[in-house]
Design a binder for this molecule. Structure first.
Ligand SMILES: [Zn+2]
Length: 425
């Protein structure tokens, strides 16, 4: 194994120190460390964070390797400062059996850039009709603990109840894509002033809020764990606040794009801004930001959703929903939260690691901790060029925008996955 001596790094904003990485762990910290055999990393001006953990990534393999593979997605993740990602189940075939989740898990190990933790489907084929082999996926080599039909809502309340009951036995989690399908038929964007003006069918906030309200009550009734994917409305925040005050075992995520972009982007008719749930209003953004700070929303998750050119560069109505996120998430967090490093570590590393049960992740760089961390240059400004992204797809909503912060290096269990801003493999 390689050893690294990281010089003059600020751990979570503290005064600069040195970090010696050896045998996969942070072996030593302090000023003026010496280690002649170690590779020197000059980290003057850089901030060390625990490696980021994404609870919501679409890697598209198996099935749509033209949009992303486990390897290209892993590279994008490492370049974004991530050391672990949870891969959503809406692949082709769907990750609804032990065989498919083990395949994704194995591909992640082969790529070796981040830990890829598969999420299993709740229902067979994401069809919402009968439960998938949740137990077999949990017992597989992939050790699945989170199940989600993401992309689709588990709309049938009886099925949702049974899923929550089933995973309770092993402290599993149902991660819900909250969208009452009868209220969003034909929806193209957020239902509001802009959709009315553009004449596009709207996706009303209540379609999300109604499902979250139902599911927190079901989770409370069953005594099971619920995670709410990509919360996007101010009303959802209030439902979650109420549920948490009652002690319901619910956690929630918000995406970077829902923290920054409004439904006014639809006026461009550029399908890069089409996403599900849709971009909402400035009022929603303000509520989501406040909830992220006060903890009603637990984490930032990317919902990284790569799409091939033909699925995205077409008419708005035909374009697939979704946008890239892994390589820009930390920059958006910095833009939204400012250099509040402890809060960023909490929302993007420690808490997602805890929710997913990824015990090797989410540890602050300190002696004895796994050397699973990332180095950020907070002073850097970069212009996002889609062609320069490591993802196989190009559908970033931040094209040619200037964003703060740059990932300089990432380490997974003591091995560099990114150095000098470049992936090592
Ligand atoms: Zn979703």
């Amino acid at each position: 194994m390689n050893s690294y001596l990281i010089r003059n790094v600020s751990v979570l904003g503290a005064a600069p120190t040195d970090l010696l990485i050896r045998d996969g762990v942070v072996a030593e910290t302090g000023a003026g460390l010496a280690a002649p055999d170690a590779t020197l990393v000059d980290a003057e001006g850089l901030v060390a964070l625990p490696g980021l953990v994404d609870l919501h990534t679409h890697l598209r393999e198996p099935g749509r390797e033209d949009a992303e593979t486990v390897k290209t997605g892993s590279r994008a993740a490492a370049l974004g400062g991530y050391t672990a990602v949870c891969a959503m189940a809406n692949t082709s075939p769907v990750a609804d059996t032990a065989g498919v989740v083990e395949q994704v898990w194995r591909l992640g190990r082969e790529a070796g850039l981040v830990d890829v933790q598969p999420i299993g489907a709740v229902t067979v084929g994401l069809a919402g009709e009968r439960l998938a082999e949740l137990g077999a996926m949990a017992d597989s080599a992939a050790r699945v603990r989170i199940f989600s039909d993401d992309g689709h809502c588990v709309a049938d309340p009886r099925l949702m109840r049974r899923a929550l009951e089933y995973v309770k036995a092993f402290d599993g989690i149902i991660a819900q894509h909250a969208e009452e399908p009868r209220l969003t038929e034909g929806a193209q964007m957020h239902e509001g002033e802009v959709s009315t003006r553009l004449g596009l069918t709207g996706w009303p906030a209540v379609a999300e809020e109604a499902i979250i309200a139902r599911d927190v009550l079901l989770a409370e009734h069953v005594g099971s764990r619920l995670h709410v994917c990509h919360v996007s409305t101010a009303g959802s925040v209030e439902v979650l606040r109420h549920a948490k005050a009652r002690g319901v075992r619910v956690t929630a995520e918000v995406t970077p794009h829902h923290l920054l972009l409004t439904d006014a982007r639809a006026e461009t008719y550029d399908p890069v801004f089409k996403v599900n749930p849709p971009l909402r209003t400035a009022t929603d953004i303000a509520a989501l930001r406040a909830a992220l700070v006060d903890g009603v929303i637990d984490i930032i998750a990317t919902d990284h959703a790569p799409h091939a050119v033909e699925d995205k560069e077409c008419e708005w109505a035909y374009a697939r929903p979704g946008m890239l996120g892994l390589e820009t998430a930390l920059s958006i967090a910095l833009d939204v939260l400012g250099p509040r490093w402890d809060l960023i570590a909490e929302r993007m590393s420690r808490t997602p690691a805890r929710i997913a049960g990824l015990t090797e992740h989410g540890h602050d760089p300190a002696p004895g901790a796994p050397a699973t961390l990332t180095l950020v240059d907070p002073a850097a400004r970069r212009v996002i060029e889609p062609a320069e992204l490591a993802s196989r797809s190009r559908n970033t909503p931040y094209a040619r925008m200037t964003l703060p912060g740059r990932i300089v290096a990432t380490f997974l269990r003591g091995e560099a996955t990114v150095l000098d801003g470049k992936a090592v493999k």
